[in-house]
Design a protein. Structure first.
Ligand code: ARG
Length: 383
């Protein structure tokens, strides 16, 4: 029998994919990856079996996600069109695990349940290709006969696949780093998102602000309010507290790889807080040339992640460059959270290049204003 390893999420598309692949004569090994999304993994495992999976792997990838994907992306401040790349960052890791299982099981085929209209198919397939070009890829959603969700549900019912489809009108993707939300009324970009479109917390009437202190060492957040904290735990905590203030909500129109403009809501409280805090510290510590150049890196890095090129040489090379710049990114940032707002209100570091005696407007200024005269004279010579 031909074996295929499928990246399985537990949703309708991947459940139907399992049965469809089996009908086509494959033994299906499903990988259910735990990237910190809220899910009943036992239930989803049973569902995969009921759909016809031969075996289901449930892999806890949270640690690797934080260490090898989230932190490098945070240090680079990777961004794509204002999107902090939450879904995009999880895909190469899931693909890596699929390939690992394919090797272990001696499977020749790998699959995913992504639509032919989206970015995720590109991310899975480029990752599969870069990790092992000999593997053959199957993308059921691009091939099969179903034209709508209703037809898929019909097929699932006929085949006795147990689904407890929530009535959500939205397509939601979630991991530790954030939530992405599409469909429903959001497909008209002029519609305001309804209150239940947002998934993390709710904008409650908390009028009292909360202050946070985050300490970074070599660009990595290590302490919260003067207590050492594991990064994964920190992200969970910041999502919780930041979620209450509706921090990190974005309503964006983005340009997909396949040439479609689409509208998506993002919620990433922890990512928003940590990006801002990290940047506040860098601006205090890094010299002007490095800082400005790093801004270009964050755009390129973001574009590579968005485009499915995590495993590319350039992405890795940029990571090493970024790490080199992070040696002295050490210090504390003070953050004030209020409804819908995350403000940096203080920053300090033993490596700060900020010098009060130069910046002050007071009488103890050490800045030689007369020297500026010569500078401007020379700068103005060519005009
Ligand atoms: N547009 C985002 C990206 O390409 C998220 C895609 C998945 N979104 C979703 N709601 N299922 O990374």
């Amino acid at each position: 029998m031909k074996k295929v390893v499928l990246a399985y999420s537990g949703g309708l598309d991947t459940c139907v994919s399992i049965r469809w692949l089996r009908d086509k004569g494959y033994d299906v090994l499903a990988l259910l990856a735990d990237l910190g999304q809220k899910a009943n993994f036992e239930l989803l495992k049973k569902r995969a079996i009921s759909a016809g999976a031969e075996k289901v792997y449930v892999s806890d990838l949270k640690k690797e996600f934080v260490q090898d994907f989230i932190l490098p992306s945070l240090k680079a401040e990777a961004v794509y069109e204002d999107y902090l790349l939450t879904t995009a960052l999880g895909r190469p890791l899931i693909a890596k695990e699929v390939v690992k299982i394919a090797h272990k099981e001696r499977a020749d085929y790998v699959a995913h349940g992504c639509t032919g209209r989206g970015n995720d198919q590109v991310r899975f397939e480029l990752s599969y290709k870069m990790l092992d070009p000999r593997l053959k890829v199957i993308a059921p959603l691009r091939e099969w006969e179903f034209n709508s969700r209703e037809e898929e549900i019909e097929y699932a019912k006929k085949n006795g696949i147990s689904l407890d489809l929530k009535k959500s009108v939205y397509s939601i993707d979630e991991n530790l780093w954030g939530v992405s939300i599409e469909c429903g009324e959001l497909e008209d970009p002029y519609n305001e998102p309804s209150a239940n479109a947002w998934q993390i917390g709710a904008l409650r009437e908390i009028s009292k602000p909360t202050y946070l202190e985050i300490y970074f060492d070599r660009g990595i957040p290590t302490d919260l309010n003067n207590k050492r904290i594991d990064t994964q735990e920190l992200i969970v905590r910041l999502n919780k507290i930041g979620g209450k203030y509706a921090i990190g909500r974005k309503d964006l129109i983005e340009d997909r790889i396949v040439g479609i403009k689409s509208r998506e809501l993002y919620e990433a409280p922890a990512a928003e807080i940590l990006y801002k805090a990290h940047h506040a510290l860098e601006s205090l510590i890094l010299d002007k040339q490095t800082l400005n150049f790093k801004h270009l890196i964050s755009l390129k890095y973001g574009e590579l992640i968005y485009s499915g090129l995590w495993f590319s040489t350039l992405r890795e090379a940029l990571s090493r460059f970024v790490d080199f710049t992070q040696e002295k990114v050490q210090g504390t940032v003070r953050i004030k959270l209020s409804p819908g707002n995350c403000e940096i209100v203080g920053r300090k570091s033993r490596y700060a290049l900020y010098k009060k005696e130069l910046a002050t407007y007071g009488k103890d200024s050490k800045f030689d204003q007369k020297a500026a005269e010569g500078l401007i004279k020379i700068l103005g010579m060519g005009y």
